[in-house]
Design a protein around this ligand. Structure first.
Ligand code: MG
Length: 456
């Protein structure tokens, strides 16, 4: 009898976490630009904690999100799938709104649900934006706890608030009737956004301090620097960059608090921490938005500035410190986390992510060679190796109503020309032909999903 039970027991041993299993913390910002951190070249925003994290860990310079706006980008991070596969993108309603009836479908496996099944304590903090109805909240998607706002901090504007962009110039927290939730309950409305970064940080530190015999996963998704910009008293007027810099410097402080808590609890050398953001800077808000550095355009566009994010991986004693110029993506987090924790990836669906462990731990070449740049439901551009072809373009939120179609596509070499200034399409017809094939193959792999963002 024992002989027959043994394989099952072994299987159980291999698929259940124990106290030695590594912890994971993902810190995710909102609308942070590629050029907004000191360690990514910003001259007047001070980010000493992130700079130190980058020195001790790996700074990834070619790390992408899978969509250029909030909701689909978050769906991709959580599931390791392009949002076109789970109905979490739309060309008409590009994100979820307070009147939306849709959300991340129950059948999707998030990083939280994968690790929860594996025996982890799982916690979501901050902005969710994958559905605010109970069946879509983190507690319905594998998280033991949730403390945060269910959608963007500029939504639910009250009618007394100044109209249009004027409400962002000197924002008051009660202009935006955004709920702060614990679990499935609203605990404060409107959320006091001045103290929100501090409170999300306190929650993360509390959870790290309380961790006992179970490994944990914390998804800490700051709702800033998305406008409206708010900071606590301690970070008011501290930055040479003005209010936007104050916000980033408070997030930097937050990162320092999280890393210190991990060290104080003696678990830093058993914890992977990833820092990145959901999409590029919101350029149409001018000085209230961030900077994509030398990358072109920002949030809402499929130029590099919309989708390449400043990214840091940190795990003292385990990750090989350095600068990584290989391609990576938030799509890769689920498979990478599965690999390092021993959790089982969903095996019944297409995943678009790769296991980045060989790069993180062994300094090997990255497995990712291509990236598809979605604008709503449509793939506007494709990166293959160092080349990127734009089949359609649309600037972020400024002016251009219709996308411009390019046939032949625009072609850029992202190593020689990271700012995408010099179209070299006419010199490389064979590269364009190869990229067309890559795009066609990807598109053929997509099965239509019930659109969640258009439901209201
Ligand atoms: Mg965003």
């Amino acid at each position: 009898m024992l002989r027959y039970c043994l394989p099952a027991l072994l299987l159980l041993c291999c698929t259940t976490a124990d106290a030695q299993s590594p912890n994971v913390v993902v810190i995710f910002c909102d609308d942070l630009g590629y050029g907004d951190l000191g360690c990514f070249g910003h001259p007047s925003i001070a980010t000493p904690n992130l700079d130190r994290m980058a020195t001790e860990g790996q700074r990834w310079t070619e790390f992408y999100v899978a969509a250029c706006v909030c909701t689909p980008s978050r769906a991709a991070l959580q599931t390791g799938r392009y949002p076109i596969r789970n109905g979490m993108c739309s060309s008409t309603r590009r994100v979820l709104f307070p009147d939306s009836k849709g959300g991340l479908p129950a059948g999707e496996t998030t990083i939280g649900s994968m690790l929860h099944q594996h025996g982890y304590a799982t916690h979501a903090i901050g902005k969710w934006h994958l559905g605010h109805l109970p069946q879509f909240l983190p507690t319905s998607h594998g998280y033991d706890s949730y403390f945060g706002i269910p959608y963007s901090n500029d939504m639910d504007a009250v009618k007394e608030a100044p109209r249009g962009k004027a409400r962002f110039n000197d924002p008051k927290t009660d202009y935006f009737n955004v709920p702060l939730m614990r679990g499935e309950d609203i605990v404060e409305r409107p959320a006091d956004q001045h103290t929100i970064t501090k409170r999300f940080t306190d929650e993360a530190v509390k959870l790290i301090t309380q961790q006992k015999d179970k490994p944990f996963f914390i998804y800490l998704a700051h709702n800033l620097p998305h406008v409206p910009l708010f900071v606590s008293k301690d970070f008011t007027d501290v930055s040479r960059r003005g209010l936007y810099g104050d916000v980033i410097e408070e997030i930097d402080w937050s990162v320092g608090q999280v890393l210190s808590a991990l060290k104080e609890q003696g678990v830093a050398d058993n914890t992977l921490v990833v820092f990145t953001s959901d999409n590029g800077p919101w350029n149409s808000f001018r000085q209230q938005g961030g900077s994509a550095g030398l990358l072109r355009d920002g949030k809402g566009s499929t130029w590099e500035g919309g989708m390449r994010e400043p990214t840091i991986f940190w795990w003292p004693g385990k990750i090989k410190p350095g600068v990584v110029m290989d391609q990576g993506s938030t799509l890769d987090l689920l498979p990478t986390i599965a690999s390092i924790t021993g959790a089982t990836k969903p095996g019944d669906r297409v995943l678009d992510g790769y296991d980045l462990s060989p790069v993180l731990f062994d300094g090997k070449a990255g497995p990712r060679n291509e990236m598809f740049y979605y604008h709503g439901e449509e793939c506007y551009a494709v990166r293959s190796g160092m080349y990127k072809a734009h089949f359609k373009t649309k600037t972020s939120y400024t002016g251009q109503r219709q996308a411009e179609i390019h046939d032949p596509p625009l072609l850029y070499h992202l190593g020689h020309d990271p700012s995408e200034e010099y179209d070299i399409a006419k010199d490389y017809p064979e590269i364009i032909a190869a990229i067309r094939e890559v795009k066609a193959k990807h598109e053929a792999s997509v099965e239509p999903a019930d659109n969640q963002l258009n439901k209201r």
